[in-house]
Design a protein around this ligand. Structure first.
Ligand SMILES: [Mg+2]
Length: 158
């Protein structure tokens, strides 16, 4: 296996725990633990989200797969996505939150809130579930809501 293939195989198997340990080692080896308070890490995370946003700024709607993007742009995107993930992992660690477990729990909560099926699809008027709980995607602020909002925008655009 060559170096690139080896790196790709390693990347495919990466876990949140591995990232957590690497970030902890990275901070300890540089004596940066003193700076890694939850507040500082949160602000660093927000800064990285800003850097990620700059990549998409002024581009208009971007299709899936980023067709037409240059290699250096997608490489830069990967770096900024990684910055966001790494600060999120470190922030979770410094807050004593198991990010993987929390994420699985949130997906479960979202699945219960938005049961799968034809009764819970976005409509032209907005995304209302068949049980008509009154929950609207823009009231929720979670990942599932963002997906619904995008689907609604697509419906209105077509
Ligand atoms: Mg960055």
């Amino acid at each position: 296996m060559n170096a690139v293939a080896s790196e790709e195989a390693g990347a495919a198997a990466v876990t949140l725990e591995e990232l957590r340990k690497k970030m902890a080692d990275f901070a300890r080896e540089r004596d940066w633990e003193q700076y890694h308070s939850p507040r500082n890490l949160l602000l660093a995370l927000v800064g990285e989200v800003g850097e990620l946003s700059e990549i998409f700024q002024w581009k208009g709607e971007v299709p899936k797969g980023l067709p037409g993007w240059e290699e250096r742009e997608t490489e830069h995107l990967g770096e900024e996505l990684a910055d966001v993930l790494l600060y999120l992992v470190r922030l979770s660690d410094m807050c004593g939150v198991d990010l993987g477990k929390a994420a699985l729990h949130k997906i479960d909560l979202n699945a219960r809130k938005y049961p799968a099926g034809p009764g819970c699809r976005p409509s032209k008027k907005g995304a209302h579930c068949s049980d008509d709980t009154g929950d609207r995607p823009d009231d929720c602020g979670d990942v599932v809501a963002a997906v619904h909002t995008n689907e609604i925008k697509k419906e209105h655009a077509s």
